[in-house]
Design a protein around this ligand. Structure first.
Ligand SMILES: Nc1ncnc2c1ncn2[C@@H]1O[C@H](COP(=O)(O)OP(=O)(O)OP(=O)(O)O)[C@@H](O)[C@H]1O
Length: 457
């Protein structure tokens, strides 16, 4: 005999039924509690968590319309939305059973029951309970992770007119389900804007899945985004959902969308048009319900002119465009960003509070910040780690970076490092004007952007 596990409650006014059911189920390893009076259900539920509740439909003498059963079913589901309730119905009460299932009952068994049938019903109910609990657990973990990430990301800092425009757009667009394209240089806070849109949207309790398209290789693209079934390719050892499926119900953030090859642009477009995905190796399509946010530092409109980005894909993703300004366009935000990052990092590295030498701010404002907020953030982090005094000088905060090559003095730089340094110098010299840099190097803007991305500049 198979030994089963589970905590079962049986509520029925007939003591004979309770007695036989208890004996039979206990024999199979279940923990069983029985109750004759449904009015005791709330007290029982407050003390014990039951995996399955078997509930009779009629309790009072002369009652046979099943109303009592439906009433108690609803009471149970109000207390525990994941409760698994199986109704005990008499022959001929099919309409009632259907009504009960509509109200949330999991199944029903006919009285007098066949023991094997009861066992099979209980078994599938227990499986359902286990998967409901698993989903709930995953959802809680996800919510906790999102809260942690949100905390890590913090809120957007800056009150310059340029940022006010961004905030106003976020407020207007977030509660709609419109597709949003976020444009801006590296490190300007595009991902933060995407997260802000999600947390202010109607999907804020659902997942936010971020995908860096620039980091996914051409060969893995479909399996990462659309999923695969076991055996679809050599390494596919089990079924795996793609990011689109995982994001269903919530928001998907496709970062670096300007980096997609023409082939992948076509594949993405098909999914966005049909709102359906098919896992690699599968014949079944699944509907996806996602809010789409994309971002790029590439000039998509120019790329459409140059035929390197599909116009139909651009129109799919840019219902609303939000341009995040570069830091040099909003230098008035530098003081509040500095204060914010100084607080974050003194707390993180358990350092006493620090302040800046008076001359530092004007130097910071003269600098062009090609790496935008990320560069400022890293400069502050480095200064907090290295500082030995509570007052930070320009040299510690700002010039440290320029002196970095000295560290490399003793070794030969790789070709890639040389290229990266050279590119960086050119970008700084041209104050971040990519067209000028591209002209100076004699390459196209997309080719230059690919290199900028590659080196994280
Ligand atoms: N307005 C802001 N206030 C506070 N922190 C910010 C702000 N903007 C950006 N940051 C911080 O700067 C860093 C870079 O931001 P984020 O990753 O959102 O930029 P991005 O534009 O998506 O960059 P990339 O294009 O390189 O992916 C993050 O650590 C983020 O927390």
């Amino acid at each position: 005999m198979r030994i089963l596990e589970g905590n079962i409650l049986i509520v029925d006014d007939d003591p004979d039924i309770l007695g036989t059911a208890r004996m039979f189920l206990k024999q199979h390893g279940f923990t069983v509690q029985t109750e004759q009076k449904p009015s005791n259900i709330p007290a029982l539920l407050s003390k014990t968590i039951f995996d399955v509740i078997l509930l009779d439909m009629n309790f009072s003498r002369g009652e046979n319309n099943g109303k009592e059963g439906l009433y108690w079913l609803q009471q149970i589901l109000q207390t525990d939305t994941h409760a698994i309730v199986i109704l005990i119905t008499a022959y001929g009460e099919v309409d009632l059973a259907v009504q009960a299932i509509k109200l949330g009952a999991t199944d029903f068994v006919l009285k007098p029951w066949n023991n094997e049938k009861l066992l099979a019903t209980l078994l599938s109910a227990l499986q359902l309970r286990a998967s409901k609990l698993e989903v709930e657990k995953l959802r809680n973990t996800q919510q906790k992770l999102s809260a942690d990430i949100q905390q890590q990301y913090g809120e957007l800092i800056g009150s310059s007119p340029a940022m006010q425009e961004v905030y106003s757009l976020i407020e207007k667009v977030a509660p709609t389900d419109a597709n949003v394209l976020i444009l801006g240089e590296n490190g300007t806070g595009k991902e933060l804007v995407a997260r802000a849109l999600h947390t202010r949207s109607l999907r804020s309790k659902e997942v936010f899945i971020s995908v860096d398209l620039g980091a996914i290789s051409e060969t893995l693209f479909e399996s990462e985004l659309f999923g695969h079934v076991k055996g679809a390719f050599t390494d596919a050892r089990e079924d795996k959902p793609g990011r689109f499926e995982l994001a269903s119900g919530g928001t998907i953030f496709l970062d670096e969308i300007g980096n997609l090859s023409p082939n992948l642009q076509a594949k993405l477009l098909t999914v966005l048009q049909s709102r359906k995905v098919r896992r690699l190796g599968s014949v079944h399509e699944k509907n996806i319900n996602i809010r789409l946010i994309c971002a790029t530092n590439m000039p998509l409109h120019e790329m459409v002119q140059e035929n390197t980005f599909r116009q139909d894909l651009l129109y799919r993703i840019n219902t609303v465009e939000i341009r995040v300004p570069a830091l040099r366009e909003r230098k008035e935000d530098i003081p509040s960003l500095l204060t914010h990052f100084m607080q974050v990092y003194t707390r993180k590295y358990k350092k006493p509070p620090i302040r800046l030498e008076p001359s530092v701010l004007s130097r910071l404002k003269k600098y062009e910040w090609p790496g935008n907020i990320r560069e400022l953030q890293h400069a502050v982090e480095r200064a907090v780690i290295l500082s030995e005094h509570p007052v930070i000088s320009s040299a510690e905060l700002f010039l440290q970076k320029q002196s970095l090559p000295a560290k490399n003095a003793g070794r030969t730089l790789s070709l890639e490092e040389v290229e990266r340094n050279y590119l960086k110098e050119l970008i700084e010299k041209n104050e971040g004007n990519i067209s000028k840099v591209a002209k100076e190097l004699g390459m196209t803007r997309p080719a230059l952007y690919r290199r900028i991305n590659k080196y994280g500049l």
